[in-house]
Design a protein around this ligand. Structure first.
Ligand code: AMP
Ligand code: ZN
Length: 111
């Protein structure tokens, strides 16, 4: 997707603070964190949102959540929140499926 900001981040066209990458997923810190640790995991294959996920993507979605727990632990979180904003009414702004993972306490400016 040429006009997708997250695809551009993965392609290295827009800089990011990368957390993790494998053949299926890419993870990076949110540019506007709402917690001390706040990163997002995205599938490398462009999928616009959870609403566009078809039957047959259970495996990818399951691996995505398992990776969220693994990376949260590696980043020192003993507990964390996840969010998948879906659709405009669901608060989704970037239309490339992503899971927010955040924890470690709110940032001072949000308290
Ligand atoms: P959502 O509302 O779930 O679509 O959230 C999109 C998220 O992407 C927001 O939390 C933004 O702060 C984040 N974001 C937007 N542009 C960038 C960027 N260039 N690098 C890192 N995070 C970004
Ligand atoms: Zn994309």
């Amino acid at each position: 997707m040429s006009d997708c900001i997250f695809c551009k981040i993965m392609a290295g066209e827009i800089p990011c603070k990368k957390v993790y990458e494998d053949e299926e997923f890419f993870a990076f810190h949110d540019i506007n964190p709402i917690a001390r640790v706040h990163f997002m995991i995205i599938p490398k294959r462009h999928v616009a949102s959870l609403q566009e996920c078809a039957a047959g993507e259970e495996g990818m979605l399951g691996r995505l959540l398992l990776l969220a727990a693994k990376l949260a632990k590696e980043l020192g979180l003993s507990g964390f929140k996840t969010a998948i904003n879906t659709g405009k009414e669901g608060g989704q702004v970037v239309f490339h499926l992503h899971v927010h993972v955040y924890g470690g306490g709110k940032l001072a400016h949000l308290e």
